[in-house]
Design a protein around this ligand. Sequence first.
Ligand code: PLP
Length: 330
Amino acid sequence: MREAMARAAVGDDVYGDDPTVNRLEAAVAELLGTEDAVYVPTGTMSNQIAVRAHTQPGDGVLIDHSSHVYTNEAGGMAALSGVLPRLLPGVRGIFTPADVRAMLGVPSRFSVTTLGTPIRLLCLENTHNAGGGKVWGLDQIQAVTDVAREKGISTHLDGARLWNASVATGIPEKTYAKHFDSISVCFSKGLGAPVGSALCGTKEFIARARRFKQQFGGGFRQAGIIAAGALYAVCHNRERLAEDHAHAKLFAEGIQGCPGIEIDPAAVETNIARFKITSMPAPELAERLFAKGLRVLPAGADGMRAIPYLNISRQQILDAVAIIRGVLGS
Ligand SMILES: Cc1ncc(COP(=O)(O)O)c(C=O)c1O
């Protein structure tokens, strides 16, 4: 990857003449089965551009209460797009057509349409980060996006880890993508590229997205150097995600039964192992593991998130389990 980056031909992405960025965008659009794609610095920017491009200030956005776009993007929906999130009660990120319909209400001659917030966008996250890498079923996706289409609501997929969903299920990325008006994918995270995400959609939508990329400060000149890393990651590192999935499962099985830990290895579907710690606050466990060289993220008072990734070996997973067992005394 570093060699590909060093050799990358570059131009000025703001003028659309960086050949490596253009190759990356074409490759990703092809993979996702969309007309076009735009390379941007982060998954956060990609999602927030999508929200901005689909909506106008004052619009409502239907989104799961624990989704990354809502909880972990620094209030971007409100600050950058002026939209009102309407929260869906997803379970591990999965919500139902009934949940969507419940938000839309029932029109009648007594309802005043100007009172409510016009819902313009439905967002979905696959795999779901806070949901522990939960994968949406295609039928579930079809059911909720059908409701959106029926009501004239646009759809956006935060597919930061769509690659993981595809590897776990064998369903190609483009089969997931065809249900959405826009899709964001990340080249960092599991794929191992240093920088970047892409937002995919129709030519018209991506042309509009390019305007907001520039407005949000994402026009990045000789970006071919980093795009070459992303292109390498897409071409070489997708299939190996299965190894991360096996490692996450191995980790979950290893710490199951440890005093103070609650985890269900069967719930580990991809590369994220989330568990509960009941014997001490999660940040304290994170500190104690950190002191032993193990980095596991605390999430709230009693939640922990472990993610294996590229270059982490099976032996390191076993070492991680031993460190946790050592700290918790089993
Ligand atoms: C589901 C999901 N979407 C979007 C993002 C944002 O990606 P980035 O860190 O590149 O902004 C993340 C990051 O963890 C994520 O987990």
